[in-house]
Design a binder for this molecule. Sequence first.
Ligand SMILES: Nc1ncnc2c1ncn2[C@@H]1O[C@H](COP(=O)(O)OP(=O)(O)OP(=O)(O)O)[C@@H](O)[C@H]1O
Length: 264
Amino acid sequence: MENKILIYDSVEISFDGEAVVHDVSFSLTPGEILGLVGESGSGKSTLIKAAMGLLGSGGLVTRGNICYMGQNILDISEKEKRKIRGAGIGMIFQDAGASLCPIRTIGDQIYESMRAHKKVSRNEAKDHAMELFEKLNFKDSQRVWDSYPFELSGGMNQRAGIAISMLMNPPILLADEPTSALDVSVQRQVVREMLKLRELFGTAIIIVTHDIGVVRAMADTVLVLKNGKMVEYGEAEKVLNHPQDPYTKKLLAAVPRLKRKERS
Ligand SMILES: Nc1ncnc2c1ncn2[C@@H]1O[C@H](COP(=O)(O)OP(=O)(O)OP(=O)(O)O)[C@@H](O)[C@H]1O
């Protein structure tokens, strides 16, 4: 099992008794970036939410196992899951701005989210956040700390959201369409930032995206989902440059040629 920090083993996920993800297996090593792609409704978000225990009331893993650091997270209590969420597995969504509380400053939210996991003073939380902001080249860290989300641009909120999800330095970051609501220049910045997190902290990342350009720029491995089933899984270079499955070929063909050519 050398060095696997997350293992999905034959996972089936159902909503209200109906399976929407079928027999999916993959694993993640420290620092690995896995690109999860597939058409809308193919089950990408459902698959990663299962690792966080965030499927909602009708959702259930109905077969298989999901192991985080050797621990089957389907067997553990809600309290233990809460410990893993944030400190073990961080998550960022498409619109991190919307998941920030509108009536609290970024600083307050950082302090609260850190305090939920460990005993820290406000100053310690601030020092830690400022250090991370600097590492991620935020131009005006103090202003970000003092701002309410509505005082920052959508791109800055997303970058702050990513930084917040990294405060506890989780070994795994699940990123669900983290760039799709952003304009192109901020998209590039966010991609660079996620790569920087891997470089700085050895963070493993699962990135869910429709943007094959982002997958090319980031992923070591790629998993292609269609109607909840794995159609292809392997090294990014192989899957992207020599796709075997017609569905993967179709997904890749949907990408503008210019984008596909830029790194070939
Ligand atoms: N809470 C839910 N209750 C019932 N069915 C759901 C729920 N969440 C997702 N589904 C169903 O599960 C399937 C997979 O949805 P999911 O959102 O995981 O796909 P996706 O690949 O992430 O799509 P997108 O790219 O549009 O975000 C879909 O058929 C969807 O309707």
